[in-house]
Design a protein around this ligand. Structure first.
Ligand SMILES: [Zn+2]
Length: 247
């Protein structure tokens, strides 16, 4: 087979993944055998779950498209989504179920605070994360780029920021979740949906002042954690408002 050249241009913030080839968002790859577009894109450092639209010589293609000749490739992230080529988009938005890497505990907690269904095990290894992702049909959130490139990952996201609140805003935007936020509906500790509890049901577990000042309670049916609108609640409320105001 005659060697050929593929010229890839990465749009939006996909350049954060590029192995700084002069900081340019354009990369040339010489190829000597037929290669899938997905492999070429990932060889540039961009995980496939970050890619929402691929144009090869101006035609939209899927990840299994095979390159055999010289080609110009345009690669777009989810953020540039508009109505154009809607049916050719490769990523799912609107997912509310996630599995979160053990290094992103703050993000996991924030997403639960907003009411989203988050599997999180602090010490889960890569294999466990992938198993939970497949078994429970969740999108993977991780800053481990290699893990995100694993062939069985369908939907996922690499938070750009190292800050949990910023990461939360990124995830809400990426998966278009702003209308689905339901604060204080899920247990921050174990992810179960909270249920209303009467004061009588929880009174023997309350501190003296809490007994006096609060009348409305929620309880986790699984880990039995009790929630009420105390000072901690006010802080969480503030955090939710800050996140919401920036989405
Ligand atoms: Zn719980």
């Amino acid at each position: 087979m005659k060697p050929f050249k593929v010229r890839l241009r990465f749009h939006g913030d996909l350049n954060v993944f590029l192995r700084s080839e002069a900081g340019d968002a354009v990369i040339e790859r010489p190829l000597a055998e037929k290669t899938s577009i997905k492999d070429v894109i990932e060889s540039c450092g961009v995980p496939h779950p970050e890619v929402d639209l691929i144009l090869v010589n101006d035609h939209a293609v899927d990840f299994d498209y095979t390159l055999v000749n010289n080609a110009n490739v345009e690669v777009f992230p989810v953020e540039t989504r508009d109505t154009a080529l809607a049916e050719k988009r490769l990523q799912l938005i609107g997912t509310t179920r996630f599995v979160v890497d053990g290094h992103l505990g703050g993000l996991a907690r924030n997403l639960r605070l907003l009411g989203f269904d988050v599997a999180y095990l602090k010490n889960a290894d890569d294999l466990q994360l992938l198993e939970i992702m497949i078994r429970e049909n969740r999108a993977l959130l991780t800053r481990d780029r290699r893990l995100l490139m694993h062939g069985i990952v369908q939907h996922g996201y690499y938070p750009r920021s190292q800050n949990a609140d910023e990461q939360t805003i990124e995830v809400v935007r990426r998966f278009d979740l702003s209308k689905l936020i339901a604060p204080f509906t899920r247990c921050l500790r174990c992810n179960s949906l909270l249920e209303e509890a009467t004061k009588a049901q929880v009174i023997d577990r309350l501190e003296p002042l809490t007994k006096i000042y609060y009348n409305q309670f929620r309880r986790c049916p699984d880990c039995k954690q009790i929630y009420w609108s105390g000072s901690h609640f006010a802080k969480l409320q503030k955090r939710i408002e800050e996140i919401r105001s920036r989405i």
